[in-house]
Design a protein around this ligand. Structure first.
Ligand code: NCD
Length: 312
């Protein structure tokens, strides 16, 4: 990477709770006092895959901090990649126009590749089925906001754990906490990939893999639902085999602890019935709101913090 050690391409770059929670402190501060710390800066949002929350929250975050935004919401079609331009060339050119590049792409690992040649920070807003680090930061921030702690909680990650990039990034961050207990609930064909479980084994974190969710519901503090992602499967037939594997409704919520929370990175399809949206345990819309403050913190830290050094 040229002159740039501030890209955020993987949650694994954050190796301690203090490093992670620095984002929480900045997010809390920015929420209460809007500092135009990025005035005169330009943020590029280059999205090769669909997005609602991630792109809009990054753009809103940039604007709230006083920056200007240049954006491609459908870069797969509307950028020169459709003419065959390499990501390296795109990044080299974008480096002349922007102070940070927020990128979502369909290819695993491409943000790390971009960060190696970029002279401005690359922020991974989701690379294929690999990672989505800023989502994971806002997820842990949301958990800590509700419980006042993360240590000791039992967290169930449910759904498509094979292709779900949010849960991959979340595993890295949760593994930084003490006595965290993890349950991975998925169809046998959609289990958490070994490379993400390896970090848990190395850090001696308890995790259990299972297909059934119902029996576990009374034990869980955080129920983290994910979408079965149609776009990641080879065929519609294969997708339909797994679609609707898990659906949380009123009856399932009745089995949960009173102070548990239900999270989801969104968009939901059928994983969570709208009937429970008013339940005090439904936390997914607040979670999405917290994303704005975390993305303000991510941009501010990437662009203005001279001291941060990361693995990339
Ligand atoms: C997720 C994503 O894009 O990985 N959404 C998000 O960023 N909030 C999850 C999903 O698309 O299912």
């Amino acid at each position: 990477m040229q002159n740039n050690n501030k890209s955020l391409v993987s949650s694994s770059q954050l190796t301690s709770t203090s490093e992670l929670e620095e984002y929480f402190v900045i997010a809390d501060k920015l929420q209460n006092q809007l500092k135009k710390s990025l005035r005169d800066k330009i943020i590029a949002c280059v999205f090769y895959e669909p997005s609602t929350r991630t792109r809009f929250s990054f753009e809103a975050a940039a604007i709230k901090l006083g920056a200007q935004v240049i954006s491609s919401e459908n870069a797969k079609v509307s950028s020169s990649s459709s003419k065959g331009e390499s990501i390296e060339d795109t990044i080299r050119v974008m480096n002349n126009y922007a102070d940070a590049i927020v990128m979502r792409h369909f290819e695993n690992g491409i943000c790390a590749k971009a960060a190696k040649i970029s002279s401005v920070p690359i922020i991974n807003a989701g690379d294929g089925s690999n990672e989505h680090p800023t989502q994971a930061i806002l997820d842990v921030y949301s958990i800590k906001k509700r419980f006042g702690k993360v240590d000791g909680l039992r967290v169930a990650l449910v759904g498509d754990l094979l292709y779900g990039r949010t849960v991959h990034s979340l595993v890295f961050l949760l593994s930084l906490y003490k006595d965290i207990k993890l349950n991975f609930i998925s169809p046998a064909k959609l289990k958490m990939p070994p490379e993400f479980k390896k970090i848990l084994q190395e850090r001696a974190i308890d995790f259990v893999e299972q297909e059934d969710l119902i029996d576990l519901l009374p034990e869980i503090d955080v129920l983290y639902m994910t979408r079965i992602q149609r776009e990641r499967f080879g065929s519609e037939e294969e997708y339909l085999r797994f679609a609707n594997s898990y659906c949380i409704d009123k009856a399932s919520v009745d089995l949960m602890k009173q102070d548990a929370i239900i999270m989801h990175p969104l968009p939901r399809v059928n994983e969570i019935s709208p009937d429970i949206d008013d339940d005090k345990r439904a936390y997914y819309f607040q979670q999405a709101k917290n994303g704005l403050y975390i993305r303000m913190a991510v941009l501010q830290k990437a662009i203005t913090d001279k001291t941060q050094t990361t693995a990339y």
